[in-house]
Design a protein around this ligand. Structure first.
Ligand SMILES: [Zn+2]
Length: 196
């Protein structure tokens, strides 16, 4: 199962990264540079989470977000990351991550609704929106597409994405950023090799 909204962002928006193909793999991207010594927390306040819901296009107007909702979102985010990384490594997901995902997915999910332009929007409170994201993550990590979950190959980039390319050979979260940097680095390496 992939996110069914055809207008899931494919471009970074409002300071957030949208390179994963759907909410399950883009929520983990709200912690920037997670492999670096000083990761960048993009969900610092409840308003940041409301902005993420809007930037993602899940809702036109975000519901009220409390500090409790924010910590639930961060727990869900880390559970998704841990479970996805374990799945990639052929390991079972760590049990605290499984428990968190299952618990949040058990809550009533948001109702999918068509807006006036015929686009998918979600209706519901913050717990319901998070439940929808948790269900999406479970369907992805526990489903037949799990072997298409990738982590960007660029050095220091930890972003996850669903590889929907026909050949299954997508290597970077974004061709414009990480892919381009890697190609330039490769070109330089080759040139140095030619001169030596
Ligand atoms: Zn990347």
């Amino acid at each position: 199962m992939t996110w069914s909204a055809s207008d899931w962002p494919t471009e970074d928006r409002d300071g957030f990264r949208f390179r994963g193909g759907g909410p399950a793999l883009d929520l983990p991207a709200t912690l920037g540079g997670r492999l670096k010594p000083e990761p960048q927390e993009r969900l610092q306040t409840p308003q940041d989470l409301a902005r993420w819901f809007r930037a993602a296009g899940l809702v036109a107007e975000a519901p009220p977000v409390t500090a409790r909702d924010l910590s639930a979102a961060v727990r869900l985010r880390e559970a998704i990351y841990a479970a996805a990384m374990a799945r990639r490594g052929g390991e079972p997901a760590p049990s605290p991550a499984v428990a968190e995902l299952n618990r949040q997915a058990r809550a009533a999910s948001a109702a999918p609704q068509l807006d006036a332009d015929g686009r998918l929007r979600l209706e519901g409170g913050t717990a319901a929106l998070l439940s929808t994201v948790a269900r999406e993550a479970i369907a992805l990590i526990g489903g037949s597409q799990a072997d298409r979950i990738r982590q960007c190959e660029a050095e220091g980039c930890a972003l996850l994405f669903l590889d929907t390319s026909r050949a299954g050979d997508r290597r970077w979260c974004s061709m414009a950023t990480c892919g381009n940097k890697a190609k330039v680095a490769e070109f330089r390496r080759r040139r140095r090799g030619a001169k030596a």
